[in-house]
Design a protein around this ligand. Sequence first.
Ligand code: ADP
Ligand code: GLC
Length: 488
Amino acid sequence: MDYRPQVLFVTSEMYPYSKTGGLADVMGALPLSLSRLGVSVGVITPFYGRLASSDYPLRLIYEDCPVGYPWPDTTADIFLSDYHGLPVYFIARGEYFDRRFLYCTHKGDYFDNCERFIFFCRATMEWARRLSKPPTVIHAHDWHAALVPAYLHFLRKVDPFWEQTKSVVTIHNLAFQGRFAFRLFLESGLPHTAWHSDGAEFYGDFNLLKCGISFADLVTTVSPSYAKEILTPEFGCGLEGILRRRAADLKGILNGADYQVWDPKQDKFLPGTYSLELLTGKRRCKESLFQELGLDPRMLTRPLLGFVGRLRQQKGIDLLLEIIPKLMQRNVCVVILGEGDLQFEALLLEMMENYPGRLSTRIGYTEDLAHRIQAGVDVFLMPSRYEPCGLTQMYSLRYGSLPVASAVGGLLDTIVGHPQDKSTGFIFKPIQAEAFLECIDQALALWNDKEKWRAMQVRAMRMDFSWAKAAEQYIQIYNDQGSNLSLI
Ligand code: ADP
Ligand code: GLC
């Protein structure tokens, strides 16, 4: 292969090919922003059974790439897709990735997740080894890719090909670590010297994310506030010790929002587009959302509140469930789109029955409806217990749907809470139902003051979280590592 990405991203999901959450959005945008700034970037990701690749077809470019020790008989096929000029390599092996879901079913995680992602990381290294030159930086995301920096760390000592390559691992969510039994460490092919408490070992288990944190040249996470929070026991998920030891190499870089995809001026999923100057389209979006979700049209003159996200404790969906009866007394409508814990899904559907025309719940993963909710609601709810960055609040700001969010992580870094100067939304703490409801009440009070509401919408819609800023910071940290990117 004569193509040489200078920065090679390794990720378990990438929009538009595959997505379960924000990681995919980041992968669909950050590599492109880097390339616009002159860095040549490639991406490596698994070939899941169901890929949304009709706009970016895939072709098989290499068959039976061996994945090496200690898996002598296992091979991967490599597919390539051209994503706006960037090469995206797909690692294919049906037995591991051709499944309905990416990581889990409703019954729990796939039993062989550790093998699946050991395989993925091994195949990544072997495939990258076949490129004509080594990448300058290999940038792994989350636990699924976190063995890559560990492999690199040890390979650099024995294979001159890798000598100059630096590694970065980015933590998108510390709660997901990839923690497995010790016997799986033996399957990874890492040397026994990797097995120590500043390495792969975590309370006797094999911890893939910890491997990445321990062996990467640099560790980043997706907002400055989360970078501080994860050094504490409250947010560190047991890894605060190793993170503190690596604090000098830990940076928080705020994610961006992809305004090519998330912008009410040009959103292909909306019944009407709109802008800061002309908000009539937003009104149309609200009307049509009422129809789509079966809400009572008599309530159109009242505020519409919305939630889009994984139905997990992290997202505080239980707090929202708790306050719904009280919210209903406030004469508002609520829409919820999400999937996740069965227990929350069932509760939400049950509750919907109690409030016909007022509460509408859609269980499932529907990209286009997520856009229409962002556009159609007045208030966007994000009561997360922790939030490494959060993208949906950035989208809601751009759509003029003012966020009510908890005071954590990336939410603190992106929303200016009322009544501060230049506020763009509403922030609450402590992260409890009562405070959440009080904060919504503040939002509803401001909504009654049309002029003030409009002024806040204007400020929110003007916020600029474009990826270019983040991309510049990534280039800076790559170069601080001495990687000396030659920008094209
Ligand atoms: P996280 O990655 O923690 O889930 P983010 O706010 O970073 O949270 O990103 C979530 C992304 O997933 C957004 O693009 C959001 O619109 C999308 N999303 C979440 N749940 C759903 C759903 N049920 N249907 C469609 N899109 C969803
Ligand atoms: C994770 C986090 C979310 C973040 C996303 C992209 O899923 O939960 O806060 O925005 O990754 O970095």
